[in-house]
Write a protein that binds this ligand. Structure first.
Ligand code: AHM
Ligand code: MG
Length: 333
């Protein structure tokens, strides 16, 4: 029988990769792993309990909030508050960042950004949803209050990022900038077990993932690229959960697109806690993540916690190809 490596064992074994590591980042990743298990439990029983359904509130971006979003948000904050390794958080569900009180006088160096339950419109119909997170080293003085600048950091400043996919099985995928590894939750022992090591995205693929219902609202260069995908008989897959759509592409190759539309003139997806963490993971796996205006996602200045960005992310050769279409067909400046 192969030796099982649990998420905790793996995180601990990687701690020595970082010079001067004192275990805080390790502690943070473990806290997120615990939160993921709790959220997973609730997602799995969502159909059985009364918390299923739409809460009567909207998040800061104007989308309807499902009750499970709020639950996942609370659990992540609770878990990140336990060990004292996190100084503050910014979440899709909170308009502003939230300071986390110090535990036993610990002075945390890190802040965490997350989308607690992405793709929440899928919950009521038993379709995959996910959690996305990113970890930054704070910029303000350790020991003092956290500041907005702690969160206004580019993707290139990420120390770690990951996602949890609550799918047919539950997977946690993360990177600390030294490759990408995935852990599958074994529900019988309640542990995330190492299942995919050093993931490499295929250089090209057969899948494209875009909400083609918005086709007529895309810019001409994006319509030409989508036409090209159709021409080549690429297979269209669009779940409407970015985590699940990008996960397929990470493993099987392809491209995920969320361009600007008439309704979402700067794209729909959020830079800080959706595009940047997934961009970091895909780049670490050998892929690319750029905007539909061809800027590298991880280089974009963050000026707002809930800033939106367009995105084209996936296999490097397919993103290169999309880039060539944009250059060829975009309106002259
Ligand atoms: P959410 O964070 O409110 O769930 O919204 C983000 C989701 C992504 O997971 C998904 O890719 C996208 O919204 C789908 O949007 P649309 O329905 O416009 O295609
Ligand atoms: Mg989201």
């Amino acid at each position: 029988m192969n030796k099982i490596t649990t998420l905790d064992e793996f995180i601990m074994s990687r701690q020595k990769d970082f010079a001067y590591a004192s275990g805080e980042l390790t502690g943070l990743l473990r806290d997120i792993g615990v939160a993921a298990k709790i959220v997973n439990r609730e997602v799995n029983k969502a159909g059985l309990v009364s918390i299923l359904g739409v809460a009567e509130s909207e998040n800061t971006s104007g989308d309807t909030v499902q009750k499970l979003d709020l639950y996942a948000n609370e659990k992540l904050i609770e878990c990140l508050s336990n060990s004292g390794e996190c100084a503050g958080i910014a979440s899709e569900e909170d308009e502003d960042f939230v300071a986390i009180p110090s535990v036993e006088g610990k002075e945390s160096k890190y802040v965490v950004v997350f989308d607690p339950l992405d793709g929440s419109s899928n919950i009521d119909v038993n379709v995959s949803v996910g959690t996305i997170f990113g970890i930054y080293r704070r910029k303000s003085d350790v020991g003092g209050p956290i500041e907005r600048e702690d969160f206004y950091q580019k993707g290139t400043d990420l120390v770690a990022a990951g996602y949890v996919l609550y799918g047919t099985s539950t997977l946690l995928v993360y990177t600390t900038g030294r490759g990408v590894n995935a852990f599958t939750l074994d529900p019988t022992i309640g542990e995330f077990c190492l299942s995919h090591q050093n993931i490499q995205i295929p250089k090209s693929g057969n899948y494209y993932s875009v909400n083609q219902g918005y086709y007529l609202k895309f810019d001409v260069e994006m319509r030409r690229y989508v036409d090209h995908c159709c021409d080549l008989n690429y297979r269209l897959r669009y779940i409407g959960s970015m985590v699940a759509d990008v996960h397929r592409i990470l493993f099987q190759g392809g491209i995920f697109l969320y361009p600007n539309t008439r309704k979402y003139q700067h794209g729909k997806l959020r830079l800080l806690y959706e595009c940047n963490p997934l961009g970091f993971i895909v780049e670490q796996a050998g892929g690319r993540a750029i905007t539909c205006q061809l800027e590298r996602i991880m280089d974009i200045e963050v000026k707002d916690l809930h800033q939106r960005a367009t995105i084209a992310i996936g296999s490097p050769e397919m993103v290169d190809e999309m880039e060539a279409f944009v250059k060829k067909y975009q309106a002259p400046a």
